[in-house]
Design a protein around this ligand. Structure first.
Ligand code: 0X9
Ligand code: ZN
Length: 320
């Protein structure tokens, strides 16, 4: 609402509105989360999910209108270091929930849902991607053989070790030595497990413009395929309604490739809740090096899907 008012008046933009004009570091994102917490004391709490292998905190922000027990909606970004637009988009979702908390539709979501939002699951990899190697993907585990890194999105416990993951430490899809061998996935999964009534878990990646439903580890269709597929269909429609970007949806194994030990399969297989993997912009023109001008359009289109998801989540056909 505030944005509408501002748009009609000449003068400065709302404080910090240009923050999404360019990518932000690990420290800058954390500072932003803390700023949101102090601007919205009644609605937001920053929490530490755990600590990375190099000792960086993995922060999340809990957003809701009160502290009561409610269905939980978990959104995480940046398991893969080089997927920078996911950090901005996941932070934007948190910020927009707060900024628009007086809008009746958003207020209703905040009354009914506890949002748990973690923009950077892989802080060491993210820092390394800024400081040393822009296209780094994995975490920064020293594998002891001269190679570094475990692919966090092959390290989740459900169907760990299967097709589409590697046992070779030098591989970009190295699964690690055991399920949840990595402090980052161990912490995030333990945190999610500790939450009552989780109903939806989104793992945000880039790029390719996809909404990936279960399963990742097998081409077999999941028991709730029809429900999940109808949900996926609505999500891509919401996304394209904003700026016209075309996303596809379907089971990950079918429309992308088979991958085992991924976050979304864990949520669905272990917790019994929909676990979706998003692949944000673009379709390969710039890939991971998405120009900063596309950050805000990406955030805006994914925001539309989040609002739809919240409404779906509190009364989903999935749970009937
Ligand atoms: O391979 C991955 O971890 C994800 N793609 S990415 O390019 N961001 O690395 C996809 C994970 C989900 N994939 C499937 N279900 N196949
Ligand atoms: Zn990824």
């Amino acid at each position: 609402m505030q944005r509408l008012v501002d748009a009609q008046q000449p003068g400065p933009q709302p404080a910090g509105a240009d923050w999404y004009d360019d990518y932000k570091t690990y420290d800058e994102v954390n500072t932003r989360l803390l700023g949101l917490e102090s601007s919205f004391r009644d609605l937001a709490t920053v929490f530490e999910v755990g600590v990375s292998i190099e000792g960086r905190s993995i922060y999340g922000i809990r957003i809701s209108s009160d502290a009561s027990e409610k269905p939980a909606f978990v959104i995480q970004g940046c398991q893969h270091a080089r997927e920078w637009v996911t950090v901005m988009t996941v932070t934007y979702i948190a910020e927009t929930l707060l900024e628009q908390s007086m809008d009746p539709a958003i207020q209703l979501l905040l009354d009914r849902i506890n949002f748990y939002i973690v923009p950077i699951v892989n802080p060491d990899g993210y820092a390394f991607s800024w400081d040393v190697e822009r296209l780094w993907r994995k975490n920064r585990r020293n594998n002891g053989d001269g190679t570094f890194g475990v692919d966090l999105n092959r390290n989740w416990s459900y169907a760990w070790g299967g097709e589409g993951s590697s046992g070779s430490p030098q591989s970009n899809t190295y699964r690690g030595t055991a399920p949840f061998s990595e402090p980052e996935t161990a912490a995030v999964s333990a945190y999610i497990t500790s939450l009552p009534d989780v109903r939806l878990h989104l793992d945000i990646h880039s790029y390719s413009q996809l909404v990936l439903q279960p399963w990742g580890f097998t081409l077999d269709l999941p028991p709730d395929h029809d429900t999940l597929d109808a949900f996926g269909e609505e999500l891509v429609a919401e996304i394209s309604g904003v700026h016209g970007a075309r996303y596809e949806h379907g089971p990950g194994a079918e429309i992308l490739y088979v991958a085992s030990g991924i976050a979304g399969d864990w949520s669905y297989g272990e917790l019994g809740v929909p676990g979706l993997t998003y692949e944000l912009r673009d379709q390969g023109q710039f890939g991971f090096l998405l120009p900063p001008e596309q950050i805000i359009p990406t955030c805006e289109e994914i925001w539309a899907a989040m609002v739809y998801s919240g409404e779906w989540m509190v009364d989903p056909p999935f749970f009937k």
